[in-house]
Design a protein around this ligand. Structure first.
Ligand code: PEP
Ligand code: MN
Length: 257
């Protein structure tokens, strides 16, 4: 995957001290302190410049995964000492408060949250005066207005660095994708906000490992600014999204292709 930097993105990349289009990598879920630290360590040999780990997971069904919040937050904090920025998902004001307490560098709003203007507004209010990049994922349903509204609510509270984040759109029983990319919707978003950096999440679009490279290549052709790729030390054992996670060494191979 050949990565080229576009002129308009140079400023925000420079501001973050990042020298090439963004690669965000790390596990779907922060499971244990050890898993967080091991994954962050293995990613040191890759092009990753932001480490992702989902601390508060929006579980579709009740029950299931329960990470030890404090431990994994501390794990993320130590991962950050390796000169890597850390990002996590926030779904409400309490998450924002905790993420700020643990000094997480970048926050993202997930697809299930962008659908709900009340939730996005609550997060925007909690973020007032906070100067950290915020990524707004597209809503699960293909509704451009909801995505635009999410970006606007965050921008209004003075976040200079708001990014768009495409993770595809859900539909019942899809054949090739877990979530269809519907590239034209992201293109429409860019028309409204030409300066908005756009990140692609091929992991949730593909839902499987073998098509991540192809989908990422399409995004590069469309001038996306970077990727968020779910990466796990032992993907088959992952507590969530096991089928789509790749190892840090596979990530290294993909970025060289
Ligand atoms: C995730 O990034 O693990 C996640 C839950 O994403 P989405 O909001 O796109 O479903
Ligand atoms: Mn996931």
């Amino acid at each position: 995957m050949k990565m080229e930097i576009t002129k308009e993105n140079r400023t925000w990349l420079d501001n973050l001290g990042l020298s090439h289009p963004i690669v965000i990598a790390g596990p779907c879920s922060a499971e244990t302190e050890e898993q967080v630290l091991k994954t962050a360590h293995e990613l040191k040999d890759t092009d990753t410049n932001i480490f992702r780990a989902g601390i508060w997971k929006p579980r579709t069904r009740p029950g299931g995964l329960k990470a030890l919040e404090k431990k994994v937050c501390l794990g993320c904090k130590s991962a950050r000492r390796n000169r890597i920025n850390v990002t996590t998902e926030v779904g409400n004001a309490e998450h924002v408060e905790k993420a700020l307490k643990y000094d997480i560098d970048i926050l993202w709003i997930g697809a299930r949250t962008t659908v709900n203007p009340f939730a996005v507004q609550e997060i925007a209010d909690a973020l007032k005066g906070v100067d950290k990049p915020i990524l707004v994922k597209n809503p699960v349903n293909p509704d451009l207005a909801l995505w635009l509204g999410g970006v606007e609510r965050i921008r209004i509270c003075r976040h200079q660095s708001t990014w768009g984040h495409s993770r595809g759109f859900s539909s019942y029983k899809t054949l090739n994708y877990r979530n269809k990319p519907k590239w034209h919707i992201a293109i429409e978003l860019k028309k409204e906000f030409p300066d908005l950096p756009l990140i692609l999440d091929p992991s949730h679009i593909c839902g499987r490992r073998d098509t991540i490279l192809d989908v990422s290549q399409t995004a590069l052709d469309l001038n996306y600014d970077g990727f968020m790729i779910e990466t796990h030390i032992t993907p088959d054992d992952a507590w969530s999204d096991a089928k789509q996670q790749i190892t840090p060494s596979r990530l290294k191979e993909i970025s060289k292709t």
